[in-house]
Ligand binder design. Structure first.
Ligand code: SF4
Length: 351
């Protein structure tokens, strides 16, 4: 029996493009959903043939805007997964969503078909900011969706963006205080980054400088009532996103859909799989160990010191930089000081 694989299913459609977005997604008001579902099921068939009836611990529908998908299409894809694989009984099934695309009835349709975790792109608690970001919803619509999702018993995440032009550290403190009133068990806080091929990339925006950004970043865990468990993610212990935790800790995952990437394990080897499922390259155990360090060190728990990981780490550097990295049990992780220069540390700790 082959290893268990987590599933990531990419849904590449959005109602329109947000001003900051460099993700792979297309603005399309009426996608050909049947064609989409057929393509996804074909890819799933391919992997089932290759890997057999493997266990699936988590399924993550990411986008784009997966909540745009008709429930019948979601059902078709889930049926296909259930027929081809052995989906764990307690499988976490996440659906990414945008406010304004998911009313109570549609949400309950997704839940009836297995969704047990909803991630909502709230982004801001200020209507002017939402408009500026090019979001289609307002705060009230977002709050309704969060409320509906919690009432129906889902585990709920909300995504937020901070570090907007002219935003002050105090604004971010106020944002966190506002988030604390929402009763969420999981929050993602992303710093606004300006990407070249986006509307924001073509504007000359007055962004907070690096020092202000660092102050905002440091302020978040001091005000937010949820502990940070990864660079951008905060959760009540036990409410972490299991899919991401599995991927970050080096478990195998399949990316299905054009914008998806995966790390697949078969024939005793790791394969990189990106975009098109027919294209995948074998990656050495060495490269895989380095990847585990890159993702593991982004988590507060750190990277597990398994033999392959230990072989790739520079312990001379680690032992002489105890202010930046430390060992707790079987894990190596950054200190609070180290977290701020994580990208530099990762270069230094890998041999
Ligand atoms: S909804 Fe998300 S994926 Fe779609 S354009 Fe906006 S940021 Fe990008």
């Amino acid at each position: 029996m082959n290893k268990a694989h987590n599933l990531y299913i990419h849904v590449p459609f959005c109602m329109s493009k947000c001003n900051y977005c460099a993700f792979y997604s297309v603005a399309c008001q009426s996608p050909d959903w049947t064609k989409y579902a057929d393509a996804i099921c074909k890819e799933l068939d391919f992997w089932a043939e290759k890997l057999g009836k493997i266990n699936i611990p988590t399924i993550f529908f990411g986008g784009g805007t997966p909540s745009l998908m008709p429930v019948s299409i979601f059902e078709q894809i889930i049926d296909c997964i259930n027929r081809k694989f052995s989906v764990n009984k307690d499988c976490e099934i996440t659906l990414e969503s945008n406010p304004g695309t998911l009313d109570k009835e549609k949400l309950s349709g997704f839940v009836q078909n297995g969704v047990n975790r909803l991630s909502v792109g709230v982004q801001s608690l200020n209507d002017m900011e939402l408009k500026f970001l090019g979001r289609r919803h307002d705060v009230k619509t977002a709050m309704n969706l969060l409320e509906n999702a919690m009432n129906i018993g889902l585990r709920v995440n909300a995504d937020f963006i901070y570090g907007l032009p002219n935003q002050s550290v105090q604004n971010v403190v106020d944002l966190c205080k506002g988030i604390n009133t929402l009763g969420l068990s999981h929050v993602s806080m992303y710093e606004l980054t300006i990407e070249a091929n986006t509307p924001f990339g073509k504007m000359n925006l007055d962004m907070p400088d690096n020092e202000e950004m660092a102050q905002m970043y440091n302020m978040i865990p001091q005000v937010l009532s949820l502990p940070r468990y990864e660079v951008s993610n905060y959760a009540k212990p036990g409410s972490e996103c299991q899919h991401n935790v599995n991927v970050w800790s080096g478990e195998a995952y399949i990316g299905v859909g054009q914008g998806a990437a995966g790390r697949v394990y078969f024939n005793n080897a790791w394969f990189e799989q990106r975009g098109n499922w027919e294209l995948f390259n074998e990656i050495s155990d060495d490269v895989r160990a380095t990847e585990k360090i890159l993702t593991g060190m982004r988590t507060m728990r750190g990277v597990k010191l398994s033999e392959d990981v230990k072989n790739k780490l520079d312990f001379d550097w680690i032992n002489s930089h105890k202010d930046l990295v430390e060992k707790t049990g079987e894990y190596l992780h950054t200190t609070n000081t180290g977290l701020l220069i994580l990208d530099d540390i990762i270069v230094d700790i890998v041999k």
